[in-house]
Design a protein. Structure first.
Length: 477
């Protein structure tokens, strides 16, 4: 993903990974009767005037190509009438332009892109309107994520209109529309070893960034100062960017779930919640730790922190192949609900037992989000959490049990090489019916887990998580 140079090349083993992914999509399309798939990369985005946001490719496009230049478009042709020697994998990209490269740097161009990235054919992006109607002719189905980009939707309709206008010359346009991401979502859910190794490296860099903050923080620092230390370590170790907007929340700000690092100050006695991680070569990490800016947890902070940590351990212990996705969440909720009753956050006389608290969703006052989400190329990665009553075209085999007649689809079962976060929390705002010693305490603990046949591999646990470990690390600041 690093900026290419004139001598840029992809290792043969990595190149083969992208080829195999494209082949799997083509195989799935052929199994469903054939068709043509259109997968664009992300457009550039204007920040203001003539300045652009840093470019970031589309994840689906990059997953199939490894190509990270803007103005690029992938076509996969699974037309059953395709000639034996006709290209099935085509890339459209920017042409070589020496004058433009003076300003923007190296561009592959179609010829180099075809050779280096292993496409069957490559053309200038300016030739899309010329080639696409021809490629659509005779295709039974169009695989395209309609509604993602209004401009491209209009362009696709124009190509279809052009094909239909040639019906007198025996041209036939696709009559079916399928969302190509439904195939890709299932593929991306299961990570290969190439992906897992990148994610492990992203996790290590993110862990080091958190350690940097823990070792140098002190009372009186601003949230943006702590964020700066994170960003410094991400870039120092070669990560391209944060995987998401960093959350650095001091004191009561920690009770705001998506609070951005701002101008708040971490005063002596405050907890600081940091939810931040890097993106490396297209893959995200996702870590949250909560710590006392003074280096020592107070008794109320310790009490709530231990509840959250126990909830996380319960969720981790629940992970395994064949386990429904929501089971780790429910394991965490049971611990948190008991903790709410034990500490008086919830009045047992009013709310009853743990089962009552869960059944009535009373716990959601202090824990209002899920415990897990998929993690991969996107920090909230693609893939359904519940089963859909549709075919997966034989790509991944049985996805788990579930009846199509149920009012709500069954949860998907976890499988080896899925990656998910484990992130329980407690968020206690000031209120008259809440013990004052817990007011404005927000605590979340988050780690990244690869599902394995033995349970899971926590790839972020080099970062201290127990109270004793955190305090010991902070004593050296």
């Amino acid at each position: 993903m690093n900026s290419p140079t004139a001598s840029a090349a992809i290792p043969t083993a990595t190149l083969e990974i992208y080829r195999q992914r494209r082949a799997r999509v083509l195989e799935a399309m052929r199994a469903a009767g054939g068709g043509i798939a259109l997968i664009p990369t992300a457009p550039t985005r204007t920040r203001n005037r003539d300045s652009e946001h840093p470019y970031r490719h589309d994840s689906y496009f990059y997953y199939l190509t490894g190509f990270n230049e803007p103005e690029a478009f992938l076509v996969l042709n699974a037309n059953p009438n395709l000639a034996h020697d006709a290209p099935a994998s085509l890339l459209f990209c920017r042409t070589k332009d020496e004058a433009r490269e003076i300003w923007e740097g190296f561009h592959y161009g179609p010829a180099a892109a075809r050779e280096i990235f292993g496409f069957d054919a490559a053309y200038s992006i300016d030739e899309l309107d010329e080639h696409l109607p021809q490629l659509m002719h005779g295709a039974q189905a169009l695989y395209y994520a309609l509604g993602t980009c209004r401009k491209l939707d209009t362009q696709v309709r124009s190509w279809l209109k052009t094909v239909r206008a040639q019906s007198r010359n025996s041209a036939t346009a696709p009559r079916q529309l399928h969302d190509v991401t439904s195939i890709l979502n299932e593929m991306r859910l299961l990570k290969d070893e190439h992906e897992l190794n990148i994610m492990r490296r992203a996790a290590r860099i993110s862990v080091d960034a958190h350690k940097r903050v823990l070792q140098m923080c002190r009372p009186g620092m601003y949230e943006y100062e702590l964020e700066a230390e994170l960003l410094h370590e991400f870039r120092r170790q070669g990560a391209q960017a944060p995987a998401y907007n960093s959350i650095v929340a001091a004191g009561a700000h920690a009770c705001i779930l998506h609070y951005p690092a701002g101008y708040g100050r971490a005063h002596n006695g405050d907890l600081v919640l940091i939810d931040a991680a890097c993106e490396l070569d297209g893959y995200a990490a996702d870590i949250t730790r909560t710590f006392p800016i003074s280096g020592h947890f107070s008794a109320p902070q310790r009490e709530l922190y231990e509840i959250v940590l126990a909830a996380q351990q319960a969720a981790v212990s629940a992970i395994g192949v064949g386990v429904p996705f929501n089971e780790p969440h429910m394991a965490a909720v049971r611990v948190l609900a008991q903790g709410m009753l034990d500490t008086g956050l919830l009045n047992a006389n009013q709310h009853g037992s743990v089962e009552d608290v869960i059944e009535k969703n009373a716990y959601k006052r202090f824990y209002m989000h899920g415990t897990s989400h998929w993690l991969g190329m996107d920090v909230h990665d693609c893939g359904d959490y519940r089963l859909r009553p549709t075919s997966n075209h034989g790509l991944l085999g049985d996805l788990g049990a579930g009846s199509k007649t149920e009012a709500e689809p069954a949860w998907r079962n976890l499988a080896a090489n899925m990656v998910l976060t484990i992130e329980p929390g407690l968020y206690v705002r000031a209120a008259e019916d809440v013990p004052e010693k817990y007011w404005n305490l927000g605590i979340r603990i988050e780690d990244d887990a690869i599902v394995t046949t033995q349970g899971c591999e926590l790839i972020t646990r080099d970062l201290p998580v127990s109270i004793e470990e955190i305090e010991a690390l902070m004593r050296g600041n």
